[in-house]
Write a protein that binds this ligand. Structure first.
Ligand SMILES: [Zn+2]
Length: 302
């Protein structure tokens, strides 16, 4: 990607090196399902979300130390440590800020065309664990969007996982992750997320999972819409970039992750869609540049 001379966003909050105490966790976990479910729904989905989510839920129900379960130390609230941020990490933060700025420059005019005003989200950089309106989250859960505070959260070490564990290197793969989470923000602003949330409460687990897949594939499509505009209007894409995003989308498909994690695939438990679906919906947005092409909720077949 060509990004170094592009605009930086003023909506990145750098909490790297800050620690999160358990006080917020125990306070915030009084209704763990309510706290974690919206977040899990919105998750980037990149890891064994359900497994970790279920583990957290069970652990919190049983009164276990959730922080300990995930190997997070338990310092006091507000305690911070000075952590040297490497030049590489600094550049990565800079990169993410450019991508966020570009999503702002993409979605502001698109919302205007819809007769709406785009409310920019904040992006929180953190290391290890973070407190959000959706509860406390560990880096192991991957990047996520919290509708409760309209913020995107990412521990940038996720990009190491994306490259090393999932075989998806490259800056456009990294940008796709941000654009996908911003896609959940778009869904929140358009009222789609709350509709899905209401529907899910009335649905069976299998039906709920199907709704989640539609929501996730739409976020992939919205990420593609951003890619189209970044390319067309700001000439950010280079040869090989689209392939990087496609490799990433494929790497985090439910079928691929389940096959790797459990050695078999359970389609009824999918929450994010197959690799093929994720690629296809990303491409749909990438080719059209039009959010209206991302209606995963009414299409006959996903
Ligand atoms: Zn997602």
């Amino acid at each position: 990607m060509r990004w170094k001379n592009s605009r930086r966003s003023s909506n990145v909050e750098d909490r790297r090196g800050q620690r999160v105490g358990r006080q917020g966790l125990s306070g915030g976990m009084s209704s763990p399902l309510m706290r974690f479910l919206p977040m899990l729904i919105q998750k980037g989905g990149i890891k064994s979300v359900l497994l970790i989510g279920a583990g957290l839920f069970i652990a919190s129900r049983m009164g276990l130390d959730v922080g300990g379960l995930l190997g997070i130390s338990a310092p006091q609230v507000g305690q911070s440590q000075t952590v040297e941020i490497s030049a590489e990490q600094k550049e990565l933060g800079d990169f993410v800020s450019v991508i966020l700025a570009d999503t702002e420059d993409t979605w502001t005019p698109l919302f205007k065309q819809m007769g709406r005003t785009y409310e920019v989200p904040k992006l929180i950089l953190f290391t290890g664990a973070v407190q959000s309106a959706c509860g406390q989250a560990s880096a192991a859960m991957g990047p996520f969007y919290c509708p409760g505070d309209k913020q995107v959260y990412i521990d940038l070490s996720f990009y190491d996982d994306l490259r090393n564990r999932h075989g998806a290197p490259g800056d456009f793969a990294q940008a796709y992750v941000i654009a996908h989470e911003v896609g959940h923000h778009i869904q929140t602003l358009l009222g789609i997320s709350s509709k899905v949330h209401q529907l899910r409460q009335k649905s069976s687990k299998i039906e709920g999972n199907k709704l989640s897949v539609k929501q996730e594939l739409q976020a992939d499509c919205f990420a593609g819409v951003w890619g189209y505009h970044a390319d067309r209007h700001r000439n950010m894409l280079e040869a090989g970039d689209i392939e990087e995003a496609i490799t990433a989308a494929a790497a985090i498909g439910d079928d691929r992750l389940q096959q790797q994690g459990q050695g078999h695939v359970k389609p009824e438990s999918f929450t994010h869609g197959t690799s093929e679906q994720r690629i296809r919906w990303f491409n749909t947005g990438m080719k059209s540049g039009d959010p209206n092409s991302c209606d995963t909720f009414t299409v006959a077949s996903l």
